[in-house]
Design a protein around this ligand. Structure first.
Ligand code: NAP
Length: 311
């Protein structure tokens, strides 16, 4: 059964780029929060947030934004979340739900929990939705429609905490998302495979092509439809965001990268020794995975969702 709206009296968003502004649009469009206060560290972003009318209050400090808020969402780059939470910790209302949207969960959960008082409910989260765009202009209300949001609640079983987790889940559901709960370390391993490694490969392949002297830059652009184009889209993602992701999800990324490197060696052997069956078998299996992605409704080239990807 859908929860009654508004779910929150005052929503505070700290950091208002693509994700923060999409939450503001979504909360406004659905009525999930009665009042929206936004703080962003960038004065230019704050001016733009005011021009776009994203908030009822564009706050001058994070502390001002969270004052009286019953839901606080940190939507800064991953490594800024701890600092942003410390900056407003004493202004948080007891009983407030404090969450984030960071693409890495174990490190962020630790930083958040350390920063805020015990009187608030910390429920880390991660919407698996995004685009290559950044900044307050990039957001739109439908970004989360039919996308997964993973919540990584603390290991607490008390009723008050479970109720807080459910209210946050209801908020995301109101914005059109599907909510899943997961252990934070498991989240980081899953995302290392599905998102972080693909980005690393894209950054690497585009970097390799850019460094190749035998192939001119003009040729790289001209013949990019041969597969390279899709990598350039991913490799255009925000450099600060992705630097932070790799530095904070180091263990899981290195673990998956190790396996990937072994598999790549095996592929390289198969090519060297002309083992066509091995190549064919792998390519057939991967084709099935692609069909599974489409069947799960997570195909990024779908007409309505052409701009979407998960970070
Ligand atoms: P974004 O468009 O770059 O916006 C981040 C905003 O936060 C910027 O305006 C930035 O200002 C501001 N900021 C930085 N430090 C701050 C602080 N201490 N206090 C207040 N504001 C601060 O980033 P985004 O793409 O929305 O990503 C935000 C978060 O969502 C990241 O943690 C990311 O991992 C996660 N996420 C992203 C995606 C995606 O595809 N983009 C998907 C899922 C989750 P400055 O520009 O001045 O630094």
């Amino acid at each position: 059964m859908a929860a009654d709206l508004p779910l929150f009296e005052r929503l505070a968003i700290i950091g208002c780029g693509l994700i923060g502004s999409s939450i503001a649009h979504g909360a406004r469009a659905t009525g999930a929060a009665r009042q929206i206060a936004i703080y962003d560290a960038s004065p230019e972003a704050r001016a733009r947030i005011a021009e776009l009318g994203l908030a009822d209050e564009v706050s001058e400090t994070a502390a001002q934004a969270v004052t009286g808020a019953d839901l606080v969402v940190f939507a800064t780059p991953v490594r800024a979340i701890g600092e942003a939470a410390r900056a407003c910790a004493t202004a948080l209302k007891p009983g407030a739900i404090v969450t984030d949207v960071g693409s890495v969960k174990a490190a962020v959960a630790e930083a958040l929990t350390e920063a805020v008082p015990d009187s608030v409910f910390v429920v880390p989260g991660h919407p698996i939705a995004g685009t290559e765009q950044s900044g307050p202009d990039a957001g739109f209300a439908e970004l989360f429609h039919r996308r997964w949001v993973i919540l990584t609640p603390q290991a607490r079983e008390d009723d008050a905490y479970l109720e807080a987790v459910q209210r946050l889940a209801d908020f995301w559901t109101a914005l059109g998302a599907e909510v899943e709960r997961m252990d934070e370390k498991h989240h980081d391993l899953v995302l290392a495979v599905t998102s972080h490694l693909p980005h690393l490969i894209a950054y690497n392949i585009v970097g390799t092509a850019a460094d190749m002297e035998e192939v001119t830059r003009a040729e790289v652009m001209k013949y990019s439809a041969g597969g390279f184009r899709d990598f350039t889209r991913i490799a255009a993602s925000d450099p600060t965001m992705w630097r932070d992701i790799f530095l904070t999800n180091k263990d899981a990324v290195l673990e998956i990268l190790g396996r990937f490197t072994e598999d790549l060696q095996a592929l390289s052997r198969a090519i060297r020794w002309g083992e066509g069956d091995k190549l064919y078998d792998l390519f057939s299996r991967t084709r099935e995975i692609r069909r599974g992605v489409i069947a799960a409704g997570q195909e990024s080239a779908e007409p309505d969702f052409g701009r979407k990807r998960g970070g």
